[in-house]
Write a protein of this length. Structure first.
Length: 252
């Protein structure tokens, strides 16, 4: 919230300056935004990796593996048809709604750590969301094709628009590309409640079903919180990029 407020204030100041001074000022703002876009996601990634690594060293007291926990949660919710697969990689875990498969990475599948169990439970949370037709995830799934298209071509349209900005069609292309990128930002915004809800479901299940001890649940919670913050960081970085694009367009 503070970052967004800062950006809005910066924009108001930007519009109040003369052309020469505002050009210098906006240039500084653009550099600041660019720096934020690069550094914020990196910090979030470092945080999630270090948090996961820390709690990967803490085994759950019941000796359950993450895939066993995933099967237990899925079955408890009547999702017997959802399979569990082992995939290569680290923290590449996900739920595939088309194949009805929870895929667990090398760092999670077969592991007994509270970190691995938290991640597995989170992915099962997504499976439960789809089964219950949780509104935000239904909405997110519905807009995926359009957002995927926008994310692939907005940058090329923006570059073409900049290249021919002396023509009216160039300006039009610039603003169309910005609108496309704004759609990507909205998609990221819709993703936040989906991720937070999946984590909330996971922690509630781990505690209520006695899968983890009471002292272990907060540890899993820290891992899931760190993972959720990567989505927040991605959204903040995209908002910075959106404002940066608008500043560039206004100078044309």
């Amino acid at each position: 919230m503070y970052i967004t407020n800062f950006m809005m204030i910066a924009l108001r100041y930007y519009s109040s300056y003369s052309y020469r001074s505002s050009s210098r000022y906006s240039g500084g703002i653009e550099l600041l935004l660019l720096f934020g876009m690069l550094i914020i996601p990196i910090i979030a990634q470092i945080n999630v990796k270090s948090t996961f690594s820390k709690y990967s060293k803490v085994a759950n007291s019941r000796g359950l593996t993450a895939d066993q926990v995933a099967r237990k949660i899925l079955d408890a919710n009547g999702l017997y048809y959802v399979n569990i697969e082992h995939i290569p990689g680290k923290l590449s875990d996900h739920f595939d709604p088309k194949a009805n498969v929870v895929r667990l990475s090398d760092s999670v599948y077969g592991k007994t750590s509270v970190a691995a169990i938290g991640v597995a439970a989170h992915e099962c949370g997504h499976a439960c969301q789809h089964a219950e037709e949780y509104r935000p995830i239904v909405l997110r799934s519905a807009v995926v094709p359009a957002v995927s298209f926008c994310s692939k071509i907005w940058y090329f349209l923006f570059l073409i628009g900049i290249f021919i900005s002396s023509l009216s069609v160039g300006t039009t292309l610039i603003y169309i590309s910005i609108a496309m990128f704004a759609a990507v930002v909205i998609f990221q915004l819709i993703t936040l409640p989906v991720e937070f809800d999946a984590s909330g479901r996971a922690l509630k299940t781990l505690e209520q079903d006695g899968i983890l001890e009471s002292a272990e649940v907060p540890m899993a919670g820290k891992v899931l919180k760190a993972a959720a913050l990567t989505y927040v960081a991605a959204l903040v970085a995209s908002l910075m990029q959106l404002i940066r694009l608008i500043l560039i367009a206004r100078k044309r």
